[in-house]
Design a protein around this ligand. Structure first.
Ligand SMILES: C[S@@+](CC[C@H](N)C(=O)[O-])C[C@H]1O[C@@H](n2cnc3c(N)ncnc32)[C@H](O)[C@@H]1O
Length: 281
């Protein structure tokens, strides 16, 4: 049995907000939801174990098939207890009523103080017996966090997620997508905080969020010719190819050149909702 540390199932380009420097570019003018891929993910059942599973996007709680995606995970990885919905916490009512008893947890990234207040209110209303404990740890997008427990069991982690790594993508209304420059692949990979976060997107497995999203970006948007060939490469694999392909999952790849992982920016006090209308294909 092949064991992988982490797999994120990317189920939606759609997001209800448009955070500057979103590293899966959900602040651009695109949308769409993926249906649960029982065929491709079903091939992992009893063959591939994943220690940490996440469902995300875009915003997974906007996906009309979210419940079925959770059913799919529960079917492929029975009795899994480290499975998370990664969400901005703005549509928590779309969760299935039994998410807690099915051992799902929420990784909530509040992208503004205004959203954080509404998330706290939701827990007071929907989980009045939940206990919150504030703590500090330097994460990719946050320093201040809240552990949410019910009956002693952790059910959620809320983060004040408004410190983002500045993206190198340049997205201007009515223009093609371009980048400020390409970075040294080895250095970018060494600095990369997401190199263990494999992604599953539209039937294929990828080493990281960037390599998953770039081919999608090239399908939807016009790209500056200087970067087009590199951006449109698909470095992913199928379920059949996964055992062999995963031997190189921690090796630097050409598309690491798009990853600065250097400077940080602070997001606005109120979450941005206006998408950047770049030139579409
Ligand atoms: C792309 S979001 C998708 C899930 C959901 N919409 C959300 O916001 O949590 C996944 C995670 O990436 C983080 N993230 C996105 N762009 C980032 C950036 N430029 N720097 C640091 N973290 C980032 C978000 O805070 C979130 O925890």
């Amino acid at each position: 049995m092949l064991t992988l540390p982490e797999l994120s199932l990317y189920i939606s380009h759609t997001c209800d907000i448009a955070c500057p420097s979103c590293f899966t570019y959900n602040n651009l003018n695109w949308g769409g939801h993926f249906k649960p891929d029982w065929d491709e993910l079903g091939k992992l059942k009893k063959n591939v174990w994943v220690d940490f599973i996440a469902i995300l996007g875009g915003e997974p709680t906007t996906n009309p098939y979210l419940h079925e995606w959770m059913d799919l995970v529960d079917d492929v990885w029975e009795h899994h207890r480290d499975k998370w919905i990664v969400t901005n916490g703005r549509n928590l009512n779309s969760l299935p009523d039994n998410w807690i008893t099915r051992d799902w947890q929420l990784e909530i990234s509040a992208h503004s103080p205004v959203d954080l207040a509404k998330i706290f209110q939701w827990f007071q209303d929907e989980c009045p017996h939940a206990v919150m404990k504030k703590y500090y740890s330097d994460d990719e997008d946050a320093y201040t966090h809240y552990q949410v427990c019910l009956g002693g069991a952790q059910i959620a982690k809320i983060s004040e997620s408004w410190f983002f790594f500045k993206e190198s993508l340049i997205a201007k209304p009515g223009q093609k997508l371009t980048w400020d420059k390409l970075y040294d692949v080895e250095t970018a990979h060494k600095n990369c905080i997401a190199r263990h976060c494999m992604y599953f997107l539209e039937g294929r497995f990828y080493r990281c969020a960037r390599q998953a999203i770039l081919p999608q970006l090239s399908k939807h948007f016009q790209i500056d010719g200087k970067y087009k060939n590199l951006a449109e490469q698909d470095l992913g694999c199928t379920a059949e190819e996964l055992p062999e392909w995963s031997k190189t999952r921690l090796e630097p790849q050409s598309q690491c050149a798009f990853c600065p992982w250097a400077e940080k920016i602070k997001l606005p006090h109120r979450s941005v909702t206006k998408k950047i209308k770049v030139l579409q294909v």
